[in-house]
Design a protein around this ligand. Structure first.
Ligand code: GRF
Length: 257
């Protein structure tokens, strides 16, 4: 079972004897649970990372983005992180001897920043076994098609070229086999007649920017339970988001997303 809503291991266990405790601060510390530390791994423009940054800044997504790791120097996500004041670590995979040594450096970086949930957002690298073992059950990804149809790097375009009448996006847990882990949430959008690939993909991206932060919020709230391939969402207190377009999201989007 997955338990990303849990607090991290306390880092400093020794009581501080030198400074007196500010009772106001102590109270705040007790009352507000520590937000989930998420790390985002990205290789490209980072529009999904931006959606998470914006939702967290708006107080809708209760997480701390502890770092963004990017494997491509010059990628758009780096500038987005800088503008938002989020720590961004650039590790160029080309400077490492092999996948294992690169992944070990990424894992070390993620652990140094206290990452509890690893969010892949356009991260164009296959994760090694060592990586997945280090964050077992705590890595999620988004794919621009309705899995298990159209996996792979060109999944979005493949669906359109196939001539499907609906497509969409899928948030799923990451397992060794690419695009195959248990499904957290999916969004379905219609394929309009005569629509170009770019038009459809941009409508899918709009839904990505809604369901990915939503899935992370469910994890942050400790509402996700995984039994084999089945991902169960525990009931919460938020009402459903208004249905404002031609889309279906299941489980339903909640207010703020
Ligand atoms: C998205 O289409 C996502 O589904 C796929 O990679 C793309 C990332 O886009 N995994 P961005 O970098 O978040 O804009």
């Amino acid at each position: 079972s997955v338990c990303c809503g849990e607090s991290p291991e306390p880092r400093h266990e020794k009581p501080r004897l030198t400074k007196p405790v500010d009772p106001q601060k102590a109270l705040i510390k007790r009352k507000i649970p520590m937000p989930l530390n998420i790390a985002i791994l990205a290789s490209g423009s980072g529009s999904n990372a931006q959606a998470m940054i914006d939702k967290a800044a708006a107080g809708v997504l209760d997480v701390n983005i502890c770092c963004i790791v990017c494997n491509r120097p010059g990628a758009g996500v780096i500038e987005r992180a800088r503008k938002a004041g989020v720590t961004c670590v650039v590790l160029d995979h080309k400077e490492f001897a092999d996948r294992e040594s690169f992944d070990l450096a990424v894992v070390q970086t993620l652990q140094d920043h206290g990452a509890q949930l690893i969010v892949l957002a356009g991260y164009m690298r296959i994760l090694s076994t060592a990586f997945l073992e280090a964050f077992s059950g705590r890595v999620i990804n988004i794919h621009p098609a309705l899995l298990p149809s159209f996996p792979g790097v060109h999944g979005g375009a493949d669906a359109i070229n196939y001539g499907v009448k609906v497509s969409g996006c899928t948030v799923h847990f990451v397992e060794e086999k690419v695009d195959s882990g248990p499904v957290l949430v999916q969004a379905v959008v219609p394929v309009n007649a005569g629509e170009s690939e770019d038009e459809l993909m941009s409508r899918i991206h709009v839904m990505e920017h809604r369901i990915y932060p939503q899935a992370i919020q469910w994890l942050a709230q400790g509402r996700i339970d995984v039994q084999g391939r089945q991902v169960h969402l525990k009931p919460g207190n938020s009402p459903r988001a208004p249905h404002d377009g031609d889309w279906l999201v299941w489980p339903p989007l909640e207010q703020g997303f």
